[in-house]
Write a protein that binds this ligand. Structure first.
Ligand code: ATP
Ligand code: ZN
Length: 283
């Protein structure tokens, strides 16, 4: 049995549960309890505060856990952090009041900075040779300058609207974070096999999200150009249409190249282009 720790409630909860579901893992009882067992995969799920997840995984109470990179790096436990999950994206940034003149990181010299991330902030300040006073607080960091507690803050930002409503401006990004599947470094052979199975599923879900299945009709005279443009997983499928001189071309296109590819396909006289989501993709 593999044990996974996920956030009990909060910003990572929904996406963590969704990922397990997309991996075909069914959970019958919700997070009312501290833990639950999956119906159809040897997985036990622990619901915890995100801040506790690094320690639990390090101690082996859980074998793996989903937490933000910000939390995992702040807690600095010796864990494997290789599996990025693509959700929970945010930045850890320094912000100062809008009215503060700010040009370079050197302007932080001598300031008092409020944060819940003293370790990551200190690392950043040391790298830049900046002497600033770190004032550690556990929540509502963004109000610290307004109430005279600090001159600046270092906190998580996604849209920036919280900063804006508190009269702050983002001046330095010290970390770009996303959710990571953290792994205990001393897993037993049996658990490693289960982890591999789970990772195969997670990768299939991630790949599918990054790719689209496309189908189109193409004049046979352009097939060479079109096939050269579309590598697909091996090579595109080309089947003749019942209309003389035309074929149907089917393949997989990466999200990043998607619009470029579509524009070029139009230039090569492709018609009736259909784009479909992929549910799972095993390479
Ligand atoms: P817990 O009760 O588990 O301690 P929390 O209040 O510390 O929860 P959340 O606010 O739910 O934590 O955030 C969990 C994680 O979500 C963060 O550590 C971060 O990795 C990620 N995240 C993504 N966007 C944001 C954001 N705009 N603000 C804060 N965290 C974000
Ligand atoms: Zn937390």
């Amino acid at each position: 049995m593999l044990k996974i720790a996920i956030q009990k409630s909060g910003r990572l909860y929904e996406d963590s549960i969704k990922l397990l579901k997309e991996c075909g893992i069914q959970l019958s009882n919700g997070n009312k309890q501290l833990k639950t067992i999956a119906d159809n995969f040897p997985l036990e799920i622990y619901f915890l505060r995100d801040d506790d997840i690094p320690q639990y995984v390090f101690d082996g109470v859980a074998d793996i856990g989903i937490a933000g990179e910000n939390v995992l790096l702040e807690k600095a436990k010796d864990l494997e952090l290789d599996y990025r999950l693509g959700f929970g994206k945010c930045r850890l940034s320094i912000a100062v009041p809008k009215t503060t003149a700010y040009f370079t990181a050197n302007d932080l010299q001598g300031l008092k900075i409020a944060t819940s991330y003293p370790v990551l902030l200190q690392q950043y300040l040391s790298e830049k040779n900046i002497n600033a006073e770190i004032h550690e607080i556990s929540g509502s960091v963004e109000i610290a300058p307004g109430i005279g507690l600090a001159d600046a803050i270092c906190d998580l930002v996604s849209s920036g609207s919280t900063l804006f409503t508190n009269g702050l401006k983002e001046v330095e990004v010290i970390l770009r974070s996303e959710a990571i599947l953290a792994v205990n470094k001393d897993l037993s052979a049996e658990k490693k096999i289960l982890l591999e199975k789970l990772l195969l599923r997670i990768n299939a879900v991630k790949q599918a999200k990054n790719n689209k299945y496309i189908m189109m009709n193409a004049p046979n005279g352009q097939l060479k150009n079109i096939v050269a443009l579309l590598p697909g997983m091996k090579s595109p499928t080309v089947v003749p249409l019942s209309s003389e001189g035309w074929s149907s071309v089917q393949t997989v296109v990466n999200e990043n190249d998607f619009w470029d590819v579509i524009e070029k396909l139009k230039q090569f006289e492709a018609q009736g282009i259909l784009v479909m989501p992929i549910e799972k993709m095993i390479i």
